[in-house]
Design a protein around this ligand. Structure first.
Ligand code: AMP
Ligand code: MG
Length: 413
């Protein structure tokens, strides 16, 4: 039999690093697409954006008050009276220029008339008989927001590869950049296999368990920024699994939970092969998640995640999520790492282990406590964990060892 691609020296299993490398080399950013600004939050820019206009786009008033002309720094300003000749509301324009000795009532954001020297705040003028006089010194240009003082026309506003934040949206909106070129988000099909599964709203029946992987993967995909598309559960029926795999292969990524191990009813790998999915690897030297499958058909990345919920969680976090991020054009796949000291010793077994831990901020730094239940079926301990600790095979970590952990969900403090 021809050797399976991705086989390494250690048995037929890849290390987690080798597996991740193979995944990332297959995942290439999706083709750029022009999208509406309001649909671009968090997406990665595929172009530099240059200011098409200055900001502010016209000289305008920073305050409610009076635009004046004819102030002098040499004479006592309090003695100058300005004749009020009109009013300009925000959104309107003043016809003509302001004459020396004249003032115009003006409101914040309204364009200042030509030849305005400064705007006096209404709190610092006295108005009587159609005139205003200044109660406080007024410097030239005071309270005028000048055209282009914030952003010059032609300035690079955002560089290619920046991820769009809410404040970027405000800037681009202010400058009229209505549509922008970004790397789009991947569409991710989710298929849970297993004849033991029932829907979460159904009462338990003997031998059945509720499908917690579909909702878990749906949430993880959303959290990573992808668009999840959940396929119905069809048990372990090969014909139905095949039909849904064909559906799933129409998207950028297909995530399948369960059915990728060595059991008699684990049909997924075989069906994938028959459907033209090229196996890149099967099995990684990790705990949990050893029977992880990764393959590709055309541009669709296919992950077969071992069915235990913790295996699904860990293999998504460590392998599928970096792939999604790369498809979205992101460059950092490491997640948020934090250093802390181990609050309890930890003895590892013979496999590289993603250990569920609780990471708590104490006065002297972070305290990291490995959770008691590390079984891959234990959703209870998964929900109590706020970080994952990577431990090498056979390592024996003493209490107070400094370790680095990956925070989950921003740490769930
Ligand atoms: P498998 O990978 O299909 O051998 O499944 C491994 C274990 O995960 C079994 O105990 C399954 O019952 C469980 N499992 C599989 N799929 C799900 C699911 N969608 N939700 C919860 N547990 C599951
Ligand atoms: Mg199964």
């Amino acid at each position: 039999m021809a050797p399976v691609s991705g086989v390494c020296a250690k048995g037929n299993m890849l290390t987690h690093k080798e597996a991740l490398q193979k995944i990332l080399s297959q995942a290439q950013p999706l083709a750029p697409k022009r999208v509406l600004l309001r649909e671009s939050l968090g997406l990665v820019l595929s172009e530099d954006i240059v200011a098409p206009e200055p900001f502010p786009s016209f000289n305008n008033s920073a305050v409610d008050g009076y635009a004046v002309s004819g102030i002098s720094q040499k004479v006592n300003q309090k003695q100058i009276k300005f004749k009020v000749t009109g009013e300009i509301r925000a959104g309107e324009c003043f016809k003509g220029s302001l004459k020396s000795g004249h003032a115009v009532r003006i409101f914040t954001g309204a364009p200042v008339p030509n030849r305005t020297q400064a705007v006096a705040m209404q709190e610092y003028v006295e108005r009587a008989n159609g005139h205003v006089s200044l109660l406080k010194e007024l410097a030239p240009h005071e309270n005028i927001r000048f055209c282009g003082e914030d952003v010059r026309i032609g300035k690079t506003l955002l560089k290619k590869n920046s991820a769009i934040t809410p404040s970027h949206l405000a800037l681009l909106a202010a400058l009229g950049c209505h549509k922008i070129l970004v790397t789009p988000v991947p569409k991710v099909s989710i298929l849970a296999t297993g004849s033991e599964l029932i829907k979460i709203g159904e009462p338990l029946r003997p031998g059945k368990i509720r499908d917690s992987n579909t909702i878990l993967l749906e949430a993880l995909v959303k959290q990573a920024g992808g668009i999840p598309l959940c396929l119905p559960n069809v048990g372990d029926s090969p014909a139905k699994i095949r039909f849904l795999i064909r559906e799933g292969l129409k998207q950028d990524v297909l995530l399948i939970s369960g059915g990728v191990s060595v059991g008699k009813y684990d049909f997924v790998k075989e069906i994938l092969r028959e459907e033209g999915v090229k196996e890149i690897f099967w099995k990684v030297d990790i705990k949990p998640g050893k029977p992880l499958f990764f393959g590709k058909k055309n541009r669709t990345l296919v992950f077969g995640l071992p069915g235990n919920p913790v295996s699904v969680f860990v293999t998504f976090e460590e392998f599928a999520k970096p792939a999604l991020l790369k498809l979205m054009g992101k460059k950092n796949f490491d997640g948020q790492m934090v250093q802390g000291s181990l609050a309890k010793p930890f003895m590892n077994g013979p496999r590289f282990h993603f250990v569920r831990v609780q990471c708590v901020q104490k006065r002297g730094g972070f305290a990291i406590t490995p959770l008691k239940g590390q079984g891959s079926h234990m959703v209870g301990s998964l929900a109590s964990a706020n970080a994952l600790l990577r431990v090498k095979a056979n390592a024996s970590l003493k209490k107070n060892t400094m370790v680095s952990v990956k925070l989950l969900d921003g740490g769930k403090w």
